[in-house]
Each structure stands twice: as structure tokens, then as C-alpha cells.
Design a protein around this ligand. Structure first.
Ligand code: ADP
Ligand code: ZN
Ligand code: MG
Length: 482
């Protein structure tokens, strides 16, 4: 970008260590409703530009918004999952600004009376638990999309696609509780996981279903007062969030160390350079002229409604982790991996139930299954091995019907053929003989047919085992036809 600010001096790690970063995140999440928040237009992704639109979401005069009940339910669900207090009465407000992708000239949001406030998440940061505050959760509509490149005449024109106008969002604002880029990363990871568990959003960052802005300041270690913050935008992946924060922290420390003052401003993360670049200063920035939305009555959410929503909510990741440790005797790390998605947890629980051995089930799901899924680029929901079939395989091992070694031969075949382990064993003649009577008879036969070698073995020449065992194997093969 060649701007002077893109080559900002950065402080070195030993100097940075004298400071403490303070971080708060503002996260926008698209709710997984079928239709928009104030009209019946579909929210489907990838429709031809400007086809999912109507007078309401285009902001034409006289068109009136009608609140989508499902959007409210999902927002309440998200708020409850984040341990927030849902307010019995909240108010929509107009946030006024002018931009080509905002035909109404204002966004419908919530301002001083949001849907929910005072929540938290308990996050695991490198083995240490920390409670991170959620300031508020509120409902709002999305704007359209300006497209600055990709057209023949993009050097002269900006195109606009209004399909996204009116798509329901929740904004989740955190307290300034994070003290490092790793803590911010952990917060966003947990937030995404929680929202996916309760299925209020796919949180697909590539599709813009989860967008994150980071507020950052630094202060001398030991200082009480927060420093001046900058807001960093355009963080569309977890990796970029961490990169941007680390860069911004190093930049702010360098500014202070050189006797300067951090400016309150909005900065843009440049993914090509890995740097944050000044965009606009907050001083003469936004006066959004917020006022209550006159076309919508205050939103009332009764206790009965809240409790009904709470009652229908899925188990949350933290509760599930605790239950996996308690009920199945899993290690903390295993419980974490096996609850990373709802589908993964469901899969594991089925394998555990069918096999009757949770620890063995965990090892197979996290080991052989995960490896093959990764190799094939498949999600657990697309696993060719059903949890029932993996459970049966594990049960066969647990009950001593097959050895672990044989199971490892059978499993990849189950993966390719989507078959039950018994079917594979039958077809491939992979049955293991564990009937002691049968085994004893084979042993007798080998000894009878190789009397002199058996004699040598008894005389202490144990090396002849290397001859006797293959002999036994060939008898077995003759018997079982494999
Ligand atoms: P603004 O009025 O600029 O929108 P808010 O007080 O509403 O600021 O906070 C917006 C976000 O910035 C919140 O996530 C909050 O936790 C975070 N924040 C507030 N003050 C600081 C600070 N000094 N350093 C870092 N983050 C901060
Ligand atoms: Zn519409
Ligand atoms: Mg604010």
C-alpha cells in the first residue's frame, strides 16, 4: 500500500514486555434464519446480485419493517449461551450514516437498551481458566456489499450487491478483559464454538458470517489506567486477529517509548503486509445521531419465552467437556478435542455406547479415524465409517474377539467400503481364532508334524520358534481358507 504508516516502527519483545496489552472484541455474527430480520426475503448466500431484495430491505419510502421472531429466538439463545441477562424490554434504534451499500441511510440496531447484557465465558488459556466478560448482545440488520474489483470497468465504477441488506446479525461486545493476543484468540475460539453448538450461526468466517473488530490499548505494567485504544478492523480469520493484535501492540509500545501518544483511531489490517494502517481518526469520526426506531415497537421478551428457549437449548461445550471427563473418565485434553464440535461429540458418544469402552472409543475417534478423515479432507459428519460400525469394531477388540493389530487392518477397509467390521472380516477371511480349543489343536498338530524342531526347542534352542510359528500359521490358513 506504500503509505508511510505501513512501515511503522515496532518495539522489540523485551520492551513490549514492560507493557500490558488490553483488548476488547466486537464480534458480528450472522444468524442462521431462513429469511431476513425485517422482511421475508431469503438470506441465502451466493444468489445472483440484487435478487434477494424488496421495498423493506431496500429502504423504499413507506415500507415498514416487521421483526422476524426466529431472529429474536436465536439472539436470545446466543445471549443465554453467553450467560447474559436477557432484558424483558429492549429498543431498536436508527444508526444513521451514508454509504452506497446502505440504501435506507441508517442501520436498524440497538443502542442504549440492548437485548442482553452482563454475560461471560470461561475460557481455557494454555491450561489456565479465565472468566472473560461479555458486555452486551444486541440485534441489528446487515448492510449490502460494495464490490470494488473484479469487473472490466472496476477502475471507474464500484458495484453494489444489496442481497445482504437486512440479513439478521447479533453484535457481541466484550469487556476489555483480554491481556494478550492469545487470550483474544481463545475468546473468539470459545465464542465461535458456543454459537455453533446452539446452532444460531454457522460462524463461517469465509462467508462473513462471523466478523471481528479488535480494540487494543497498552499500559505500563502495574499501571491502573487504561491507555488510549485503537480499533482494528478487517480481521477475517483467527490467524489475522492474532497477527494484527501483535503488530498493533508492538506499534503502540513503540509510539509511547518514543515519547509519542497513541491516537484514538480506526485502523485497518492489511493482510498482505501483516500490518495495521490508520484509516480514520475517531475525533471527528462518527456522530451516528442515534434515535429510537419509530417504525418498531419495543421488543418484549417474557420470562416464559426465555425459559422455553433455555429448555430447548443444546448442551454447551463447557458442560459437555465436564460431563465427558466425569462420565467417561477422559483426560481434559481428550475431552476438549472430542467436544470441539457438536458432531464430533455426538459421534464419540455413539461409539462409546456401542463399544461399551469409552477410553478405547476416544482413542479410535481421535487416532485412526481422525487421521483418515484428515487425509481424505473429510469432516466427521461425512465419515464413511458410521459410529455404530466403529463401535462394533472397538467392541470386538474389547471382548478379545480380534487383536488390536487385526483391527488396524480392518479399519481402513471399513473406511473405504463403509461396511460393518464383521462384513469385512467375512469377506476378507480376516477372522482371528481365539477359541482356545481350536488353538490347542493347531499347536498339537504343529508339534506332531515337526517333532525334531519341537525337541530342539525344549532343549533350549528357542530360535526354532521362528520356524514353528509360520508352520502353525499355514495350518490355520488351510483351516480358515485364508
Ligand atoms: P466506543 O465508545 O469507542 O465504542 P466502548 O467503550 O463502547 O468504546 O468499547 C468498545 C470496545 O472496546 C469494547 O469491546 C471494550 O471492551 C473495548 N475497550 C474499551 N476501552 C478499551 C481500552 N482502553 N483498551 C482496549 N479495549 C477497550
Ligand atoms: Zn426484503
Ligand atoms: Mg461503543
Amino acid at each position: 500500500m506504500g503509505m508511510p504508516s505501513s512501515t511503522a516502527t515496532l518495539a522489540t519483545p523485551d520492551v513490549i514486555a514492560k507493557y500490558e496489552p488490553v483488548i476488547g472484541l466486537e464480534v458480528h455474527v450472522q444468524l442462521a434464519t431462513r429469511t431476513k430480520i425485517f422482511c421475508g426475503c431469503p438470506t441465502s448466500f451466493g444468489a445472483p446480485p440484487n435478487t434477494n431484495v424488496c421495498p423493506v430491505c431496500l429502504g423504499q419510502p413507506g415500507a415498514l419493517p416487521v421483526l422476524n421472531r426466529q431472529a429474536v429466538e436465536m439472539a436470545v439463545e446466543a445471549a443465554l449461551a453467553l450467560n447474559c441477562h436477557v432484558k424483558p424490554r429492549s429498543v431498536f434504534a436508527r444508526k444513521n450514516y451514508f454509504y452506497p451499500d446502505l440504501p435506507k441511510g441508517y442501520q436498524i440496531s440497538q443502542y442504549d437498551q440492548p437485548l442482553a447484557e452482563r454475560g461471560y465465558m470461561d475460557v481455557d488459556i494454555a491450561g489456565v481458566k479465565k472468566r472473560l466478560g461479555v458486555t452486551r448482545v444486541h440485534l441489528e440488520d446487515d448492510a449490502g456489499k460494495s464490490i470494488h474489483e473484479g469487473f472490466k470497468d472496476s477502475d471507474r465504477y464500484t458495484y453494489v450487491d444489496l442481497n445482504r441488506c437486512g440479513v439478521p446479525l447479533i453484535e457481541i461486545v466484550s469487556e476489555p478483559d483480554m491481556r494478550s493476543s492469545d487470550e483474544a484468540y481463545a475468546y473468539l475460539t470459545e465464542l465461535k464454538q458456543v454459537l455453533q453448538y446452539v446452532e444460531v450461526s454457522t460462524c463461517d468466517m469465509e462467508k462473513g458470517h462471523l466478523r471481528c473488530d479488535a480494540n487494543v490499548s497498552v499500559r505500563r505494567r502495574g499501571a491502573e489506567k487504561f491507555g488510549t485504544k485503537a480499533e482494528v478492523k478487517n480481521l477475517n480469520s483467527f490467524r489475522f486477529l492474532k497477527m494484527a493484535l501483535d503488530h498493533e501492540i508492538a506499534r503502540q509500545v513503540a509510539v509511547i517509548e518514543s515519547g509519542g501518544r497513541v491516537m484514538q483511531e480506526t485502523r485497518l489490517f492489511d493482510m498482505d503486509t501483516g500490518e495495521t494502517v490508520g484509516m480514520r481518526s475517531k475525533e471527528h469520526a462518527h456522530d451516528y445521531r442515534y434515535f429510537p426506531e419509530p417504525d418498531l415497537v419495543p421488543l418484549r421478551v417474557s420470562d416464559v419465552w426465555i425459559e422455553r428457549i433455555r429448555g430447548s437449548m443444546a448442551e454447551l461445550p463447557a458442560a459437555r467437556r465436564a460431563r465427558f471427563i466425569e462420565r467417561y473418565g477422559l483426560r481434559e485434553y481428550d475431552a476438549q478435542v472430542l467436544t470441539s464440535t457438536r458432531a464430533m461429540g455426538d459421534y464419540f458418544e455413539k461409539v462409546a455406547a456401542v463399544s461399551g469402552d469409552a477410553r478405547a472409543a476416544a482413542n479410535w475417534v481421535m487416532g485412526d479415524l481422525a487421521a483418515l478423515l484428515k487425509q481424505e479432507g473429510k469432516d466427521i459428519a461425512e465419515s464413511p465409517v458410521t459410529p455404530e460400525n466403529l463401535g462394533r469394531l472397538v467392541a470386538l477388540i474389547v471382548h478379545g474377539k480380534i487383536s488390536g493389530k487385526l483391527a488396524k487392518e480392518i479399519f481402513p477397509k471399513m473406511f473405504v467400503m463403509s461396511d460393518a467390521p464383521e462384513a469385512i472380516m467375512e469377506r476378507e477371511g480376516l477372522a482371528q481364532i481365539s477359541d482356545e480349543g481350536v488353538l490347542a489343536r493347531i499347536v498339537d498338530e504343529v508339534i506332531a508334524a515337526n517333532a525334531s524342531q519341537a525337541e530342539q526347542y525344549r532343549g533350549g534352542k528357542t530360535a526354532v520358534l521362528g520356524f514353528l510359528i509360520p508352520a502353525g500359521r499355514s495350518i490355520r490358513r488351510r483351516r480358515t481358507g485364508c
